[in-house]
Design a binder for this molecule. Structure first.
Ligand SMILES: [Zn+2]
Length: 149
């Protein structure tokens, strides 16, 4: 049996109760913050849960991508794919904020830019950060030359 499966706080020995599915457990007795290694099944469940949360946004971004692309606005299209890339990475790699994934996302977005035949300037170089708020704002922005569906 793993030490943590014994469900006691390694700091004070208090009973931790149910810890299944929790990556961070706070001891109710001494308030110690204890990192817990998720089991393979728990990790998979979390990925699937995040995927469910993220997919509606990804679909909206993909629709925007198509609109921009059809309108010949390749930079606009690239912005949508950039956001898609960050969200896709956030499904597998849990992060507090999407911007933490910039180093991972940039090569993928660069590839997309190459396919579109445009230059890609990563967020930090254009003094922006791809965050959840940024993505929301991106989706709120009207595509002026297009009829919104
Ligand atoms: Zn404790």
């Amino acid at each position: 049996m793993e030490s943590f499966e014994a469900q006691t706080c390694p700091q004070c020995g208090g009973a931790l109760g149910q810890t299944q599915g929790q990556a961070l457990v706070v001891c109710p007795f001494c308030n110690a913050e204890l990192k817990r290694q998720l089991t393979a099944i728990e990790s998979t469940e979390r990925v699937l849960q995040r995927r469910e949360e993220v997919m509606p946004t990804v679909e909206r971004l993909m629709a925007r991508y198509t609109s921009h692309f059809i309108a010949g606005d390749k930079q606009g299209a690239l912005r949508m794919m950039e956001a898609v890339q960050y969200l896709t990475l956030s499904m597998t790699y849990e992060v507090d904020e999407l911007s933490e994934r910039e180093a991972m996302a940039t090569p993928f977005v660069k590839d997309t830019a190459k396919q579109l035949g445009v230059e890609y300037v990563p967020p930090h170089r254009r003094e922006e950060a791809v965050t959840h708020a940024y993505v929301e704002k991106l989706l709120e922005t009207k595509v002026s030359f297009l009829q919104e569906a």
